[in-house]
Design a protein around this ligand. Structure first.
Ligand SMILES: Cc1cc2nc3c(=O)[nH]c(=O)nc-3n(C[C@H](O)[C@H](O)[C@H](O)COP(=O)(O)O)c2cc1C
Length: 517
């Protein structure tokens, strides 16, 4: 035994390194899971390591200021600096290629709007409420005018951490904005005094009946118990995954989240693509009216836009009956999510400008645009983008990821893994502990205030008092516009032959079906 111990202790450090490397090499060669490691023992590991840290290397060292997506360094920097009330100016002039595709120009007036001494903007340079009252046309019992044109978009407790939701709620309270709950129900962290828009989707979390459907009784109770709920949003779809329903990974389902949502701890929660409470457009209108009637609150819908037939049906019903949603939130295909398959996030539904333009035109042609409050979301959390959105007909802006960044999100893009390093989109207690809700709520509020201040200044530069006065002619964009994008049949000059299809069950029952082994 002594000889063995002596032998071991006489091995020099460099021989230890060689022994470890030989062991790793043998293990690499024996294993068959990773071909690269097998074919290139030891060296192959560097490839996996570099691949893993590639996004960070690019983000911090390689990518240029305007290169990254969803938000480039300049955009993120502007949000961080605005949230911290630091200098968010640029020196020496723009570093953007202002001739690039989709670049936005705001036509300034020869002389800007003059703020008189007694004007509200003389004392509060950040005061910018919504120009329309939600629920006014439909004479809801509790109409609501948002105190801020920029607000926090739907993001659930579950997808976001408790500390993040608390920071957002306290932040909107300071900024006079509203906080959309997202799909996960109303949590204690939404109850710090900010205005709340209660949002639900096909999972009906927070207003869920025993059979998984919608419970009007719970809805009424919820509104009665929580007077800070100012409006209700029914989610039909969202830009990142229309028609997909929702996914909350099991890793993020803590006992508290399970209780609020009425689901099981640790198991993936899938909200189905379809609503149980209605199955066609007339039923949707009845559903909206029933909720508005029982709660007294304005009720709206959120959707990503693609085909317009059902929207036209909705508009026709609204004209005929005088009923319908008080607001419509249009989410762009570029919108964010806690988790979605890339095939959906990248390809299903139109980008905001196209989707919103199509929808607005349709409602305008039926003379409905005045009675609806239009809310836009999809990377609109920057003053120039907001000016464009208002010129197109938006009345308010909802921001999700921009709000996350203002409270510390670093765009690690791991919301779906429960490992968010900033603690914003994780249920991991250790990671959340880095968030100080008091400080972060001030950051959110400051981002909103700086945003509104710059938005007001741009509005004044264009000769207006409120951004609702922006007209289409006030904004120019370098295009490729929607009229130049063509459907595939026009591009390639043929229509495909219709594939006979009789339902998935028929395919499943087919005797030739493969993949069963
Ligand atoms: C982490 C996260 C969670 C989200 N959860 C919801 C949700 O529960 N319901 C919903 O309709 N949209 C949800 N969204 C979409 C946002 O509300 C918003 O529509 C979209 O991200 C576009 O806004 P943005 O570009 O400002 O992020 C979520 C987005 C993120 C990033």
């Amino acid at each position: 035994m002594d000889t063995f111990v002596n032998l071991i202790s006489n091995i020099s450090w460099w021989l230890w390194i060689i022994i470890v490397l030989v062991i790793i090499a043998i293990r690499d060669i024996i294993q068959k899971k990773h071909t690269i490691s097998h074919n290139f023992p030891i060296v192959g590991h560097f490839r996996y390591m570099l691949e893993k840290i590639g996004p960070e290397l690019r983000q911090y060292l390689v990518a240029n200021n305007r290169e990254e997506l969803p938000f480039n360094r300049i955009e993120r920097g502007w949000i961080y600096a605005s949230a911290k009330k630091e200098n968010n100016y640029e020196g020496f002039g723009t570093d953007r290629d202002i001739y690039a595709h989709q670049h936005i120009f705001i036509n300034n007036a020869m002389m800007p709007y003059k703020v008189e001494d007694n004007h509200p903007h003389a004392s509060d340079k950040t005061f910018l409420p919504c120009a329309k009252v939600i629920g006014a046309y439909n004479k809801r019992r509790k109409p609501y005018r948002p105190g801020s044109v920029i607000n926090v978009s739907a993001m659930s407790f579950g997808s976001l951490s408790a500390k993040a939701v608390e920071s957002l709620n306290k932040g909107v309270k300071i900024a006079g904005a509203y906080h959309n709950t997202g799909e996960g129900g109303l949590s204690p962290y939404h109850s710090y005094g900010g205005d709340v828009v209660f949002h639900f989707g096909t999972g009906y979390f927070g207003v869920r009946a025993a059979d998984g459907g919608f419970s009007m009784e719970k809805m009424v109770q919820l509104v009665e118990n929580n007077p800070f709920i100012r409006a209700i949003e029914v989610k039909l779809s969202q830009g990142a995954k229309p028609g997909k329903g929702g996914v909350l990974p099991g890793a993020k389902i803590t006992p508290q989240i399970a209780e609020i949502r009425g689901v099981e701890v640790g198991k993936d929660v899938l909200s189905p693509p379809n609503h149980k409470a209605f199955s066609n457009v007339p039923e949707l209108v009845d559903f909206i009216e029933a909720i508005a009637d029982k709660t007294g609150l304005p009720v709206g819908i959120k959707a990503a836009i693609g085909k317009l037939e059902q929207w036209e049906e909705l508009a026709d019903i609204m004209v005929k009956t005088g009923k319908g949603p008080d607001f419509i939130t249009v989410d762009g295909g570029e919108g964010g999510t806690g988790a979605a398959p890339p095939s959906f996030a990248d390809h299903v539904s139109l980008p905001w400008v196209y989707g919103f333009g199509d929808l607005y035109k349709l409602f305008q042609s039926k003379e409905l645009s005045e009675r609806i409050v239009f809310i836009g979301s999809g990377k609109l959390g920057f003053p120039a983008k907001a000016a464009m959105a208002f010129a197109m007909g938006a009345d308010c802006i909802n921001v999700a990821r921009e709000a996350m960044m203002s409270i510390g999100c670093i765009q690690a893009q791991v919301c779906h893994t429960n490992t968010c390093p900033s603690g914003v989109a994780t249920q991991n207690k250790w990671l959340q502990n880095g968030i100080d809700p008091t400080l972060k709520s001030e950051r959110l509020a400051q981002y909103f205030k700086t945003f509104r201040k710059e938005f007001i200044e741009i509005t004044h530069a264009a000769g207006y008092e409120h951004p609702c006065q922006f007209k289409m002619t006030d904004i120019e964009v370098n295009v490729d516009d929607h009229n130049l994008s063509k459907e595939l049949n026009n591009t390639y000059g043929y229509e495909k032959t219709v594939v006979p299809f009789n339902g998935i069950q028929n395919l499943k029952d087919c005797q030739y079906l493969g993949g069963k082994a």
